[in-house]
Structure formats: structure tokens, C-alpha cells
Design a protein around this ligand. Structure first.
Ligand code: PMP
Length: 385
């Protein structure tokens, strides 16, 4: 049986971690893997999360099964956090992270329309296309980002929306686009919302970085506008960055299902049951405790503000330090794409111990205000070679 399998390429970011670990140069800089790091290079457990986990351990009465929808308190509170007052009208299911939410969304679309089409802007998170394709859906690619300007390829997005047929799914990064950091502005969101509704396209909003761009409500404003404009929508939500939960696999899928609410809900539950039965509990239960406890929620928001302010400070320092980095100043979140060729990405690693993905994507959180000048010097050196 297994002789029929062809080997799959390892995730290039994992090979990069190994190379970084083996590099003995003390000045090395890791801009590879997409996790937040503080000034000291640590990925901390947030204060409110530690407190909520303690409370959970002390007070949780049982670990008996929940249903396929997971922790219903978490689902309601995270829906409210993501979508504001609109949350009331949405079906919610807790999922293993944002990845699980995307996979469940793909399975739901495949059930409703086998072999249906998902429009995906390029570049995107490299796992998007395989998630949809492995569910049996067809992926149509269009240009999301213009490397020449470092900005959104907005005309291309409008053109893709114009070409999409009614019932096609259109994936949109809710905020802090991975890998480009290029998000629509308020006017562009309004235009996207208008066209999505006009074309009968079903938006699938991937909201994995709420709170890391401009603020919790600000970062969700575009998603809320689009969902409000249409009858049917999907929102894949991740708590793995904004609650620092990564390995706990905490997320949710929210669905707006017009007149098909009961059928959609029962299909979501059935599909979840076939894939993972029910989602892992710990992260979601702890996030629920934070969201339902005013003092913990306030502390969590404060720490998230610090995270965002640090990312933005490094971003602005980079943008001010070199003319070719200026577009980073208008981008949002943890990532940006540098204007480097694959050879320059190898050169900056070999000659300057700066590690980044082959695409030139950098994790802003791998830098500090202190390491920015050394990084910019290395960037300038490989550009001029
Ligand atoms: N969507 C995007 C755009 C992401 O960058 C990520 C995580 N890197 C995810 C979804 C998945 O998030 P999670 O870790 O919660 O599965």
C-alpha cells in the first residue's frame, strides 16, 4: 500500500529552524517562524492566560466529553470578540486552531458544492491552497500584492471578484496579511464588501491576527463590514496569536447561513465529528475564563496592546531606516515581504546570519529596536552586492 506514496517536501521553515540552531554566530537573527517574540526573544505565556489556566486546573470539575461544537461559552465569547453584535446571528463551532476552522470550512463547502471554487490571492499562507485542494475544492489564484509598490494589488482583487461566480468562495485575510502585511484600507474594504454582495460570492475570512495590527475592533472592522453585507459567509478564527496559545490549538469557525441555519449547523457538527470528534479543550476553556472575567480580560487586552505596540515600533524603525523598507510602514501585523531575490535571501543568511523564509518573508517580532540597525546594514549589503 504505502509503496504508492511519493515523499513530500519538508516544511522549509522547519529546515530553517535547524540551520539557525546550528549557527554558532552570536549575532544571528531569526526572522523565520511566525510566532510572536518579546524583546528578549521569548514567546511568553500571557499573564492573564497563566492565571486562567491556574483557575481552570483548580476548578474544572470533569474532563468528560463535550459535543462537537466544543466549549459553547468560548464559542459565544470569541464570536462576540471577532464579529461584535453580529455574532448573535452566526453559527459557531470551536475548532483545533485557525487551521481546523479553515479545514472545517473547506469540508462544509465541499458538502454543499462538491468541487466548488475557492479564490485565493497570491501570495498567501502556504497552507491555504493545500487545505482547500485536499478537501476536493478547486483553487483559483489572483494577485493580492504588488511587490513593486509593497501595497495591495487592489485592481487585481476587484477583477477577481468580478470574475467569480455566485456561490464561489473568496478567501480574504481579515487583518495582518500573511505574508505581505498589506491589508485593505477602510474604503477598499467597503468596495470589497459591496462587490462581494453584488456578485453573490461567499466570503471566507481568515482572521488569525486580531489585535496585532491596530486594535481588536479596528482589526475586525473589515471582516464585520463584509459579513454584514452578505447573506452567507464563513469566518475562520484563531486565538493562537492573540492569546499566545499556539500549541493548544484554539480557534472557531463562524458561519452566516441565511435561511439554512439548522441544516448548516448539523452539517458542521457531523463534519467535525468525522474529522476530530471534538476540539481540544484546554486553550478554549482558558480563553473563555479570560473573556468572562473582567479583570483578566482587561489585563489580557493590556498585554496585547504591548505586543502590538512593540511590533509597530519595530515596523516604523525599519521603514525609517532604509528607502527600500519604507512600504513596511504602511503594512500591518507580524509579517512583511522584503524585496530580496532567493539568492539574496541565501546571502543574507550565509554572510550576515539573518534567517528568513525563501520568499523574503520576515517575522517582525524576530527584531528589536536594538537589532534593527544591524539587520538594515545586512539588508543594504546584500542589496548592493
Ligand atoms: N491563517 C493564517 C493566515 C495563518 O498565518 C495561520 C497561522 N500561521 C493560520 C491561519 C492558522 O492558525 P492556527 O495556528 O491557529 O492553526
Amino acid at each position: 500500500l504505502f509503496a504508492a506514496l511519493t515523499p513530500q517536501a519538508p516544511d522549509p521553515l522547519l529546515s530553517l529552524i535547524a540551520l539557525y540552531r546550528e549557527d554558532a554566530r552570536p549575532e544571528k537573527i531569526d526572522l523565520g517562524v511566525g510566532v510572536y517574540r518579546d524583546e528578549a526573544g521569548h514567546t511568553p505565556i500571557m499573564r492573564a492566560m497563566k492565571a486562567a489556566e491556574r483557575k481552570l486546573v483548580d476548578e474544572q470539575p470533569t474532563k468528560s466529553y463535550l459535543g462537537p461544537e466544543g466549549d459553547v461559552g468560548f464559542v459565544a465569547l470569541s464570536a462576540r470578540l471577532a464579529m461584535g453584535p453580529q455574532a448573535e446571528g452566526l453559527i459557531g463551532v470551536q475548532t483545533p486552531g485557525g487551521t481546523g476552522a479553515l479545514r472545517l470550512a473547506a469540508a462544509l463547502v465541499q458538502s454543499a458544492r462538491p468541487g466548488g471554487t475557492v479564490w485565493l490571492g497570491a501570495p498567501s499562507w502556504p497552507i491555504h491552497a493545500p487545505i482547500f485542494e485536499s478537501a476536493g475544492l478547486k483553487v483559483c489564484s489572483y494577485r493580492h500584492y504588488d511587490p513593486a509598490t509593497g501595497a495591495l494589488a487592489f485592481e487585481d482583487i476587484l477583477e477577481a471578484l468580478g470574475q467569480a461566480s455566485a456561490g464561489d468562495v473568496f478567501l480574504i485575510h481579515g487583518c495582518c496579511h500573511n505574508p505581505s502585511g498589506a491589508d485593505p484600507d477602510a474604503g477598499q474594504w467597503a468596495e470589497i464588501a459591496r462587490l462581494t454582495a453584488e456578485r453573490g460570492v461567499v466570503p471566507l475570512i481568515d482572521l488569525a491576527y486580531q489585535g496585532l495590527g491596530e486594535g481588536l475592533d479596528e482589526d475586525a472592522a473589515g471582516a464585520r463590514l463584509v459579513v454584514a453585507a452578505v447573506d452567507e459567509a464563513l469566518v475562520a478564527y484563531s486565538c493562537d496569536k492573540n492569546f499566545g496559545l499556539y500549541r493548544e490549538r484554539t480557534g472557531a469557525l463562524f458561519v452566516k447561513a441565511a435561511g439554512s441555519i439548522d441544516a448548516t449547523r448539523s452539517n458542521l457538527h457531523a463534519l467535525a465529528r468525522y474529522m476530530w470528534s471534538m476540539p481540544p479543550d484546554h486553550g478554549a476553556a482558558a480563553a473563555r475564563i479570560i473573556l468572562e472575567t473582567p479583570a483578566l480580560a482587561a489585563d489580557w487586552r493590556m498585554e496585547l496592546d504591548t505586543v502590538r505596540e512593540r511590533l509597530n515600533a519595530v515596523r516604523q524603525a525599519l521603514a525609517a531606516a532604509h528607502p527600500r523598507l519604507a512600504p513596511l510602514g504602511g503594512q500591518k501585523g507580524m509579517f512583511s515581504l522584503l524585496p530580496l531575490t532567493p539568492d539574496q535571501v541565501i546571502a543574507i543568511r550565509k554572510d550576515h546570519a539573518v534567517y528568513m523564509a525563501g520568499s523574503g518573508r520576515i517575522n517582525i517580532a524576530g527584531l528589536t529596536l536594538e537589532s534593527v540597525p544591524r539587520f538594515v546594514q545586512a539588508f543594504d549589503a546584500v542589496l548592493s552586492n
